[in-house]
Design a protein around this ligand. Structure first.
Ligand code: SAH
Length: 218
């Protein structure tokens, strides 16, 4: 008899083929990570059957886990290598951090809502993501003590690029951050070089608000 986790594995495979590969993502590390991380365990039990659908889902506290394609596309844009140290702002469900943790040496992730921070920490332990370091704080201030990072991903929408995060990047480092108003944002990719910062737009997106000192005020 087929068990539940086999069913989810099949759905995950279908998700990768129809939502990720079909839309042009070919990066082998990203595809392998999306095939591996059990997305259904990052949502509540009531939503598990929808976990592999082509949309974001609520995770409580008025926050959301991003659509699978957005997770894959942002991960691809970070141009990750296996020895990279990556900072994420907005742990949420922990799913995006888990995807990155499948690829790199270590992930540092910051969440400002205590209940989400606790839930993600417990899940990382249970699923043995020992290379994810969690912190309960305002991520718009960055993480100076652990900086610089090879890549930074912001998974909430900001009115502007938080300056401390640029300071936290290595020279050669990449950052993706949604910038715009609270209804729609432009996904901005940043590359820090010897001579300054290069920016390019990856297109439109919609995220929940980045709330903090260098983001939206409550
Ligand atoms: N990466 C998450 C997406 C969660 S939604 C996932 O894979 O599920 C965005 C998250 O950013 C929310 O949990 C929200 O509480 C958090 N957030 C918003 N502003 C923040 C800030 N200043 N610092 C840290 N986390 C923040």
């Amino acid at each position: 008899m087929e068990n539940k986790s086999k069913i989810y594995e099949k759905r995950r495979e279908e998700m990768v083929r129809k939502q990720i590969e079909a839309r042009g993502i070919r990066n082998a590390d990203v595809l392998a990570a999306m095939r591996k991380a059990p997305r259904h365990l990052f949502v509540s039990e009531a939503l598990m059957d929808q976990a592999y659908g082509d949309y974001p889902l609520p995770i409580g506290e008025q926050q959301t886990i991003s659509q699978p394609y957005i997770v894959a596309e942002m991960t691809r844009a970070l141009e990750l290598s296996s020895d990279d140290r990556v900072l994420e702002i907005g742990t949420g469900s922990g799913y995006q951090a888990a995807i990155i943790a499948e690829i790199v040496y270590r992930v540092y992730t910051i969440e400002r809502i205590h209940s989400l921070y606790i839930r993600a920490r417990k899940l990382f332990d249970r699923l043995r993501y020992h290379n994810i370091v969690t912190r309960y704080s305002d991520g718009t201030n960055g993480w100076k003590d652990e900086s610089p990072f090879d890549a930074i991903i912001v998974t909430a929408g900001s009115p502007s690029i938080p300056e401390p995060l640029i300071d936290n990047l290595t020279v050669g480092g990449r950052m993706v951050v949604p910038v715009g108003d609270q209804f729609s944002q432009d996904l901005i990719k940043i590359r820090k070089t010897e001579s300054g910062v290069r920016k390019e737009s990856m297109g439109g997106c919609r995220f929940v608000k980045l709330v903090g000192e260098h983001g939206w005020k409550e």
